[in-house]
Design a protein around this ligand. Structure first.
Ligand SMILES: [Zn+2]
Length: 76
């Protein structure tokens, strides 16, 4: 009996620790070289105009749009 409870508690702790670790994890540095910055999603070069508008952008417009769509879910 105690084993099951202990195990559940350990698993929950591990899960919470995992969440905390993920939140604390520093944002992945953008991949860039002298030619520009590359999207973390697809690896293509991020549009310069986008970097002017969003200096800390780490994804290209299509990837950002896809991510937003996924986060918000589909309607209907
Ligand atoms: Zn991309």
């Amino acid at each position: 009996m105690a084993d099951v409870v202990d195990r559940a508690a350990v698993e929950t702790d591990a899960y919470i620790a995992d969440c905390i670790r993920q939140q604390r994890k520093p944002i992945e540095p953008p991949d860039e070289d002298q030619y520009g910055r590359y999207c973390l999603g697809c690896g293509c070069k991020i549009n310069l105009l986008r970097l002017v508008k969003v200096p800390n952008a780490v994804r290209c417009v299509p990837c950002e749009t896809l991510g937003e769509t996924k986060e918000h879910g589909r309607r209907g």
